[in-house]
Design a binder for this molecule. Structure first.
Ligand code: SF4
Length: 692
């Protein structure tokens, strides 16, 4: 039953038999939404959790949250994708990805909280969802098309329904819409089973990490199109409106207020222009995910690189600048092409750096140890980017090796250990590319990634770094001292509130129990509030907010206020963190079944053996920390991770989670305390249950 933000049903699609059925959301509602429900569905429906990501037995979930399609700021438009991925090395972990836009809203308006994908179609198909009408359609005419062509072709077939306010359904609200269907599609890279393959929606929303484009390809699934004419049942509409006005009044920038370089937290970030990747002149308008007041992307007069920001716009820029001294159209065209071919820009960025280093060493090139017709003298030029991206997407030439990921290519070339040792293969955790927030400096990012299953992409504490850098760039003083930042942030970090040492990133502290608390908290906050409630990682949490005199952000108050208004529940911020703990435990149980053990939880060798020489902005990586007992923004460049120290951290981490410190596996007591007795039983049967 549709109530309190939930549509009430989940669409289960069996691609093998081309049939659909319904799962009642209520059965999974105690997992909240998004990732929580996705993990629980995967646990129940994936019979063999040890299969690789491209196996037909893999089960994929695409989940919304109760907040999707509502007016909750920076939460309404995000969607969580889960399943066994194709990217991670050496094991394809059960993993996640996330994308924005308007797909989640349309799915809810069509009457669905999420989609489950099982099996494999015998021929390419796309799924056509219009309210509760679900049709498996032949995708022969779409296979081989790029992500933008695919969407345009689907829109064309749906013309009669999307133009002219046509009635599109009778069973739910019997409505009409002016909306185009929202489509998530794989590109040529995913069709060709490249582990760099991502899913793309509209022009620039992508589930980039995890290789879910390849997982779609392995299921012969080209795209899912959704349009709906219903609405979301909000428990307390007046309360939701009041909450949004409260957030605006208390936390957003006011008209005429001087712009802060790293703010405002609610409203358009003046620094977002840096992320657009194109000069701010010429026709341009801000663009945002559904319901977001932030508008962190842009659309341009010429349409090139539309809706792209941040990573994908900077992916090739470093090489472009290296070649030309400034960013040129080379980086913009590369940005556009990865979106069209459905290639993960994170892996490509570090991968180009790896190829560049091999080229400089004389190892890679025409007639060299790694023979390729890629013209290494053209790195930074448009033709090199187009050649490389196309080769990977189509598995041509060297692209045949690179399509399996740069780490697997290095392994095939017999170079894995030596290139890790040299630090030129910058893939520190589980075969994922360094996000740029290096584990040696921003330890919560690195530790969170290796204790999880992927480059974690949680910016909870990364604003610490960017805030200092951006203020330095414009010659302004930080609005808060390092000590104030640590006090404000730690005050909100229940159940560890008040331990300021959690925000001490100085070298002396990075193996401590307090840092383990930081990483545990981040994982639990992330699993529920960001990945299940689907608050956008770009805007939440909001620890410090420079629009306010006291600089104290909305986090802790904001998340449950919006959640409760939509759902009619009365949960606290701490309850959400606790739900995140339950979800993280279930995920770790799945990883244990897949082969996770404490002994394999380690970074690539260069993280221990080589000192970090630079951050994204030079030889400076400021994070809050203590030097000789005094707080300051300490520079974290110049250090490496100590192996024994990291093992100490792991022991603290496992103890805080209540897991067996010897194996890292969950224990029966911990799982039963979380009402996961069935999970404990399954682990015991597989001999993967941690000792009490
Ligand atoms: S901050 Fe950006 S990515 Fe996040 S919801 Fe808003 S527009 Fe989307």
């Amino acid at each position: 039953m549709a109530t309190g933000g939930y549509a009430g049903k989940i669409l289960r699609l069996d691609l093998t038999s081309r049939t659909s059925s319904v799962i009642e959301t209520e059965k999974y509602a105690d997992w909240g939404g998004g990732h929580g429900i996705g993990s629980a569905l995967f646990w129940d429906l994936c019979k063999d959790k040890t299969v690789p990501g491209l196996d037909p037995g893999n089960v994929v979930t695409i989940m919304t949250s109760p907040l999707s399609g509502t007016m909750v700021p920076s939460a309404s438009g995000r969607v969580e994708v889960q399943g066994i991925g194709a990217t991670s090395y050496p094991i394809n972990w059960f993993t996640r990805s996330n994308f924005g836009g308007r797909f989640g809203g349309q799915l809810k308006y069509a009457g669905w909280d999420g989609i489950v994908l099982e099996g494999k179609a015998d021929k390419p198909v796309w799924i056509d969802v219009v309210n509760d009408k679900v049709v498996f359609r032949d995708a022969a005419g779409l296979w081989g098309k790029d992500t933008q062509e695919t969407q345009k072709l689907i829109w064309k077939t749906k013309d009669a329904e999307i133009h002219g306010w046509t009635e599109v359904g009778k069973s739910r609200d019997a409505g009409r819409t002016t909306q185009k269907p929202a489509i998530i599609t794989t590109g040529p890279a995913g069709e060709n089973l490249s582990t760099l393959g991502c899913l793309v929606h509209d022009a620039g929303n992508a589930a980039g990490q995890g290789g879910f484009g390849a997982v779609f390809g392995s299921k012969n699934l080209k795209a899912i199109s959704v349009v709906g004419t219903g609405s979301v049942d909000v428990a307390d509409p007046a309360g939701l409106f009041a909450a949004r006005m409260w957030a605006k009044e208390e936390y957003a920038a006011k008209a005429g207020q001087p712009a802060e370089p790293n703010g405002p937290s609610f409203g358009v970030d003046p620094a977002a222009v840096l992320m657009y990747g194109k000069a701010p002149d010429g026709p341009r308008g801000p663009q945002a995910c559904q319901g977001c007041i932030n508008g962190c992307r842009a659309r341009f007069g010429d349409g090139v690189a539309n809706e792209s920001s941040c990573q994908e716009t900077s992916m090739y820029k470093v090489f472009d600048v290296l070649a030309h001294g400034v960013g040129t159209e080379a980086s913009i065209i590369a940005t556009d092409l990865v979106q069209k071919m459905g290639v993960n820009s994170y892996e490509l960025m570090q991968g180009v750096g790896y190829l560049y280093a091999l080229g400089k060493m004389g190892v890679l090139g025409a007639g060299k140890e790694i023979d390729t017709d890629l013209d290494m003298s053209r790195v930074g030029e448009t033709d090199f980017a187009v050649d490389l991206i196309t080769k990977i997407a189509n598995r041509e030439g060297i692209g045949e090796d690179l399509a399996n990921g740069f780490v697997r290519a290095a392994e095939k070339w017999g170079r894995l250990e030596k290139d890790f040792a040299a630090g030129i293969l910058d893939f520190p955790y589980w075969g994922y590319a360094n996000h740029g927030y290096d584990p040696r400096a921003e330890i919560e990012w690195g530790y969170g990634s290796i204790m999880g299953e992927r480059d974690m992409n949680l910016h909870c504490f990364n604003t610490n770094f960017w805030s200092v850098i951006k203020h330095m760039m414009v010659g302004k003083a930080m609005p808060v001292s390092a000590e104030e930042y640590a006090k404000i942030a730690s005050s909100k970090m229940v159940p560890y509130a008040g331990d300021t040492a959690m925000l001490d990133f100085s070298t002396e502290n990075i193996y401590s129990e307090s840092i383990a608390k930081l990483v545990v908290w981040q994982g639990h906050y992330g699993r529920f509030w960001k990945q299940s409630a689907l608050y956008c990682d770009f805007r939440w949490p909001d620890f410090t907010n420079y629009n306010r005199d006291d600089n104290v952000g909305i986090t802790g108050d904001g998340e449950p206020k919006f959640w409760n208004a939509v759902t009619g529940q009365d949960i606290t911020f701490a309850k959400g963190i606790e739900l995140g703990r339950r979800i993280f435990n279930l995920d770790n149980a799945i990883w244990a079944l897949q082969g996770r053990h404490r002994d394999i939880v380690k970074f690539a060798s260069y993280i221990y053996d080589k000192k970090l020489e630079t951050s994204l902005v030079g030889p400076l990586y400021p994070m809050s920390g203590k030097v000789a007992g005094k707080w300051e923004y300490v520079n974290c460049v110049g250090r490496s991770i100590d192996r024994a120290g990291f093992e100490e951290f792991k022991t603290h981490f496992y103890a805080l989670e209540g897991w067996d410190p010897k194996s890292g596996w969950p224990t029966r007591a911990t799982l039963e305390g979380l009402k996961l007795t069935n999970v404990a039983d399954a682990l015991e049967a597989a001999q993967k249950l941690g000792a009490a």
